[in-house]
Design a binder for this molecule. Sequence first.
Ligand code: GLA
Ligand code: ZN
Length: 681
Amino acid sequence: MINAQKPKIWYGGDYNPDQWEKPVWDEDLRMFKLAGIDVATLNVFAWANNQPDEDTYEFGWLDEMMDKLHADGVGVCLATSTAAHPAWMAKKYPDVLRVDFEGRKRKFGGRHNSCPNSPTYRKYSVRMAEKLAERYKDHPALLIWHISNEYGGYCYCDNCAEAFRAWLQKRYGSIAAVNKAWNASFWGHTFYDWDEIVPPNVLSEEWRSWNGRTATNFQGISLDYCRFQSDSLLEAYKLEYDAVKKFTPNIPVTTNLMGAFKELDYHKWAKHMDVVSWDNYPSLDTPYSYTAMMHDLMRGLKEGQPFMLMEQTPSQQNWQPYNSLKRPGVMRLWSYQAVARGADTVMFFQLRRSIGACEKYHGAVIEHVGNENTRVFRECAELGSELFKLGDSLLDSRVQAKVAILFDWDNWWAVELSSGPTIALKYVEELHKYYDALYQANIAVDVIGVDADFSGYDLVIAPVMYMVKSGVAKKLEEYVQAGGSFITTYFSGIVNENDIVTLGGYPGELRKLLGIWSEEIDALLPSQSNRMIVTASSEGLKESYGCGMLCDLIHPEGSSVVAEYGEDFYKGMPALTVNKFGAGEAWYVATSPEAAFLQDWLPKLCAERGIEPLVASSPVGIETSLREKDGAKYLFVLNHNAEASRVSLGLQAGTDLLTDKRLTGDVELAGRDLWIIKLDA
Ligand code: GLA
Ligand code: ZN
């Protein structure tokens, strides 16, 4: 548990006193106290301040600030400051600068801008991490390390090209094996020597397609380049991780992730993080269930351990097209949404709003007016006192789910690098459709990787499992054999880890488990649709549902047909099948159904398997989650609606931790309000 040193839900966020004159510091500390802020993330972008030239390190401001915060009872999440290199470094050592997707060598500017394979970047970022760790290893304010910031962005420079070749050599052993993995005989791409391999970008294999996605001639090299860049940034992170651990083996280390961020394989990253943290920036129109899914994805990175909400805005962003204010109550509600789904911290970007550059219109606890008499500050202070009241009651409690949705970065990359069958297919959106139906039905879900243990789940759902990595088909067979239920969809079981098609009929390695052969895949125009006609007697389902985007034309091979297509030349062919396999069953949803189908079908499947919803019934806009610890159960009920809503708790009864009210049966929850009900034992 990260919060051991400060056993409550940490409350605070990014604080940049290095951008301010000293008299402001004391004002800040006064207001932190008023707001109940007890953690400050320091030093995120202070590399240039801390190291004005190659040999000089100056930490005076940080010494002073660490002491001041400690004296005031505020702990520090200490960043290593390496997410934006100093200007002198870019001038003197241009290898720190990236080469972009268009093949242009960047000049100094921006942030998150260093080449992860630059020897200079590695040398100086590690040295900075060491200096900080050595200096503050015994500082009582130090709670946790925050390495760099929001890693991301790919580089295509010569150092990366060299490192890519070495990475390939390690992965494949020989150039012949690379040629095979990439099917290089296509378009005469056979490589004879390692140095013929160049990074895939607009100068070689890739371009930005008109839908904004990266398109490629060769999925193999493009996929490997995603893996390689994710690994390269991870390597830069790991070097800093090791540097701070040398001095502070017992201080936890994190870096802030970004939910479903495509560029980095966070399942790999999380293995090297002591605790997962992430930055949550929904906009006014982001579905609540999408945000919930992101929290669940982040929780799933480390087997359900609590994570940190590292950043959210107290009010508005600056970088979205339309930067809406968070309506009264929404900041509090969304903070608890994170806690409900497993966060043990509530932290902001930023504590004080800056005066210049692009984030001056980004919300902050302390606004430009500079005092505590603002709506935003008052709401922050109210939340601060509530979190104080909650104490350690929720810390380290766990969400228990019987349903898992599989999320896989390699598969995501491969699906969206695929030329055909449709540009409409968006991996995360397809997952969200399944997630949303379960969310609306108050069924707890874990979002996990394909390497995770499936045995604790009654239902595992893998929408669009296009890529089947080695060992996964066997693992799924064992899971179903032992009694588990598995759902997958159209465009699954097509390729192996290298995006090479599994011959012998789709869905390849999943064919036996699903008991079907998929002969063809039809891509529908946005204006076209088909229907799923439910044929088997299925209580709770309507007779027919809309479907579209992709329609697999399948033949049952031992499976039974539950629904068939209602239109087109494949009218009457199966659209939904179920295959008994050992003690369990495997479902194939051959097309992308309308939401109503999943809303009717998934809760029904759950009910048949004894998977209970968290509350008996609730209107749209109500969100539920359950955290458990030491036998105690905490039921979160959140009302995202602006108006009051009735929730049926059924026979469950308990006491709301925030108001001490007793709750049971049918109860009304005020608009944008929530309960954390400690259920009676
Ligand atoms: C990210 C960064 C912060 C800040 C915020 C603004 O999360 O980590 O430094 O730029 O975005 O929303
Ligand atoms: Zn590079």
